[in-house]
Design a protein around this ligand. Sequence first.
Ligand SMILES: C[S@@+](CC[C@H](N)C(=O)[O-])C[C@H]1O[C@@H](n2cnc3c(N)ncnc32)[C@H](O)[C@@H]1O
Length: 285
Amino acid sequence: MSILSYQEKHDKYEKIFSPEKYMGFWNALTLDKEKSDLEVSSGQRTMRFSIRSINDFISLICRRRQNIKFHDLGCGPSVVNMLSAAAFPQITSVEGSDFLSSNLDYLKISINSEGKQGYNYTKIIEFINSMNEQRGHLNLNNYFIPLKDKCLPENFVKYDMSLEDIFCGRKMQWGTYDVVVSTMFLTDAVPSKGHYRNVLRTVNRMLKLGGTFCLLDFLNQSFWTPCIKGMQKLSAVPINLQFLEKSLPATGFEIEEMRVIHHEENKFCNGDKVACVRATKAKDL
Ligand SMILES: C[S@@+](CC[C@H](N)C(=O)[O-])C[C@H]1O[C@@H](n2cnc3c(N)ncnc32)[C@H](O)[C@@H]1O
């Protein structure tokens, strides 16, 4: 099977990427063992690692701050990170962004229907709840209420990571975010390591001084096999830990914590590890 080059993939993405299939992939990989497709079940640990890391990260930040403005960069069609964030009373504004209108439309459907249309988040919510002692005020049925409150329709931003001006001229409130997260996304979204660093610079500009960035990404992957129509492979930028250890400080961040898990099998991407980094904006660039 051929691997689509970055440009081919970028130009065709809206046609080949299916939000429904991608979310089915989450279901299979994370929580629902019965529905789990054997072919991709090896990713289960990775998805759990992602949910748990983001939740731990948000818990930590919420112990230190109030009135938190939260952005999920490259959210895709998933409200997983946003659901986790919105359930914390300290987080008062939740945003998400991606370059595909179909993803953002799918997100809106999921939020407006409280997960009854689009993806059924029940299992994910159960998993998030099982990790968190602060959720006495919420139960499975009202998890979407704070999300709808904190995430207004204009909080979905369409933008393209690979461009210099990723927000495409949109008036951005630079320096106002307390938290930016980005999961399983950047190596897939940009054409080169140089572009990857540009995105880190953009995140630096978005954050307040002392604001926090949580980056979760695949290491050493050169292609990605998402649940897309036709199961084509898509090129990705291969990065390693040394790249992150150099690039984050060079773009104004201090690394606070780094966690890594290894893949047992590489069925859904060819990377061998997933890294999760918590970094603080230490200086303006
Ligand atoms: C693997 S999904 C990750 C989604 C989500 N963060 C998660 O953890 O499930 C990768 C996402 O990257 C987005 N993407 C790919 N290229 C992009 C680009 N140039 N700009 C913005 N988003 C892009 C796709 O639309 C897709 O939703």
